[in-house]
Ligand binder design. Structure first.
Ligand SMILES: [Zn+2]
Length: 140
């Protein structure tokens, strides 16, 4: 009966351990400031210097998936059940650590640190440290 809960607890523990191992404070996660659709620049790792658009954010792992970055190949077999007639090699983008990227400001086009700000109307947003402008997401 309790196996599902147990398995889930085990998975959570494992994930926490992995986060600690990777150097995230105490295994705590926080909501990332980067959202899907933002442009980021990679500042560390084999794809350093590349820019790309964020496809997915995984808060639980503190990782993000960036288009064109960390290209990996998956070898697949033909699988009738998965509605895949042909096997082959599929390129996909692997998740990379959030700490390895910086947001690219869409006003000054520089990679930047950000600060948080609450506007006069109470709405919260992030501000580019380079140009001091509020970072606006055009699409959403
Ligand atoms: Zn800026």
């Amino acid at each position: 009966m309790a196996t599902v809960a147990k398995r889930r607890a085990k998975a959570a523990r494992k994930q926490r351990m992995q986060l600690v191992h990777e150097g995230w404070a105490g295994g705590h996660t926080r909501v990332l400031d980067i959202r899907a659709g933002d442009t980021v620049e990679v500042i560390a790792g084999k794809d350093r210097g590349k820019r790309g658009v964020v496809e997915r954010v995984r808060n639980a792992e503190q990782r993000i998936v960036v288009r064109g970055v960390n290209v990996q190949k998956r070898h697949t077999r033909a699988n009738a059940r998965a509605d895949q007639a042909q096997g082959g090699i599929i390129d996909f983008y692997g998740p990379i650590a959030y700490s390895n990227v910086m947001l690219v400001c869409n006003r000054c086009d520089k990679r930047t640190r950000i600060s948080h700000e609450t506007a006069g109307d109470g709405s919260r947003g992030i501000v580019c440290k380079q140009c001091g402008e509020r970072y606006e997401r055009t699409s959403s």
